[in-house]
Write a protein that binds this ligand. Structure first.
Ligand SMILES: CC(C)(COP(=O)(O)OP(=O)(O)OC[C@H]1O[C@@H](n2cnc3c(N)ncnc32)[C@H](O)[C@@H]1OP(=O)(O)O)[C@@H](O)C(=O)NCCC(=O)NCCS
Length: 174
């Protein structure tokens, strides 16, 4: 176990090109966690992969950020601009050793507060931990009366039959 896991600073920073392999590796762990709720299987090579990941490094309206616990990668965040103008949190992941220690909440609130504006956050209701997490983050960010939820169909581009998405919308510029 990391000796400094309890004391190392948690930071969030844009993932530079050299951190791309780190995000790709952490994406495998995220996709495995999400497969419990989305039902996708690994490819024949045993990897889940995520075909849209390169877009988060190449397109100006998408971003990949890495969470660090001291010098150790501790998670990642992907964001993208939605057609309706809000920034969507497309993926959000904290490694298991650091879960239920407030790391995710710290990172999410830092992100929402340092980038004032409209945000959309999707999750699956069956992912009950994430549902409770995001409702708590939204309330902490803007107060209990200032965010709302919508249920939307999952994107139709997926080869598997995905459950519908639950979305939280909030605006941190108000
Ligand atoms: C969801 C996730 C990001 C939470 O990160 P985390 O660092 O463990 O969250 P925090 O410790 O900041 O939790 C803050 C609060 O959220 C809620 N919460 C977080 N995880 C929870 C869980 N598994 N079950 C129930 N509530 C949970 C709790 O209210 C918690 O406060 P508490 O620990 O005082 O009860 C993390 O579990 C994860 O990466 N999961 C896999 C990927 C995923 O589901 N991402 C979200 C997809 S939309």
């Amino acid at each position: 176990m990391h000796s400094d896991i309890d004391t190392a600073p948690i930071t969030l920073q844009p993932a530079t090109a050299e951190l791309r392999p780190v995000i790709e590796q952490l994406m495998e762990l995220f996709r495995h966690d999400m497969s419990e709720f989305l039902g996708h299987l690994p490819d024949a090579d045993g990897r889940f992969g995520f075909s849209r990941l390169p877009l988060f490094f190449d397109e100006p309206e998408r971003e990949a950020l890495v969470v660090q616990c001291g010098t150790a990668p501790a998670g990642f965040v992907l964001t993208r601009r939605m057609d309706e103008g809000a920034t969507s949190i497309s993926a959000f992941f904290v490694v298991r050793a650091l879960r239920r220690r407030g790391v995710g909440r710290h990172v999410a609130l830092q992100l929402l507060r340092t980038r004032p504006g409209a945000w959309g956050i999707a999750f699956q209701e069956a992912n009950s931990g994430a549902a409770r997490f995001w409702r708590g983050v939204a309330t902490a960010a803007v107060g209990p009366e200032n965010w709302h939820e919508e249920t939307r169909p999952a994107p139709t581009s997926s080869p598997v039959n995905l459950p519908e998405d639950q979305w939280i919308f909030l605006d941190t510029s108000r």
